[in-house]
Design a protein around this ligand. Structure first.
Ligand code: DC
Length: 224
């Protein structure tokens, strides 16, 4: 049986890594919902949209088309914003600094959630984010809530960003993660929270293979 698998949790808990591994193993589609909020944020920044003005937000959203496209060089899906590959740009610190604010806007959430739900119509999908098990797919067969020690999350994120930008400091990364955790879990619409029926996976002391084998076990149980 085809199922829907959701992974939610704070930033830099390793959700995307696990979601991607699971999708590979099961031959499922992997959707990084955070990439969609990041692409919308990039568009707003580029077009100087004042996101405190609902009319500007509504108009801007009508100009945005989001798609995922397979990149044969990396073997992963890239985010396309109006047909432009923005995969690298959306990981930039500038986007990270504003994405929590933009993704807290009601119109932005409705826009993204409607597209995410459409992607899940055929099931066989692994989607990671903040509200996937609670709002996007409340009836998903397997919901995982990923957690990790805050110090480990900062370290992981720092290593990832440092590779692209050696000027970045551990403090900057910590401040950004703390700010996003706060906004993501305290916003009015679809705040980050664990779905009642989600399984908690603490991967602080797990290797990638260990967490994959745990999650695969849960997935296979539900697929039978
Ligand atoms: O997973 P990420 O760090 O790339 O996500 C970027 C931001 O997008 C995150 O700070 C909160 C927001 N987000 C969200 O509000 N809902 C989702 N389903 C996914 C991400």
């Amino acid at each position: 049986m085809s199922i829907i698998i959701t992974l939610d949790g704070f930033s830099s808990c390793g959700k995307s890594t696990l979601a991607r591994q699971l999708a590979n193993e099961l031959n499922y589609v992997f959707i990084d919902s955070g990439a969609m909020y990041r692409a919308i944020t990039l568009y707003f920044l580029r077009q100087h949209i004042d996101w405190n003005k609902p009319e500007q937000v509504r108009q801007a959203l009508t100009e945005i088309s989001l798609e995922f496209a397979y990149n044969p060089q990396t073997g992963q899906s890239d985010m396309l914003l109006n047909d432009e590959d923005v995969e690298a740009l959306i990981r930039d610190m500038l986007v990270s600094e504003h994405v929590s604010e933009v993704s807290a806007i009601k119109e932005v959430r409705e826009f993204a959630v409607a597209q995410q739900q459409k992607m899940g119509e055929k099931k066989s999908i692994v989607m990671d984010g903040r509200d996937i098990g609670t709002t996007v797919f409340p009836h998903a067969e397997l919901k995982i809530f990923v957690v990790a020690d805050p110090a480990i999350r900062v370290e992981r994120r720092f290593r990832e960003l440092y590779a692209k930008n050696p000027a970045i400091t551990l403090e900057e990364v910590r401040a950004n993660l703390e700010m996003r955790d706060y906004i993501d879990s305290n916003r009015e619409f679809s705040p980050l929270r664990k779905a009642d029926d989600a399984i908690v996976l603490d991967n602080s002391n797990l290797t990638r293979d260990e967490q994959l084998s745990l999650a695969l076990g849960w997935a296979k149980e539900r697929m039978e």
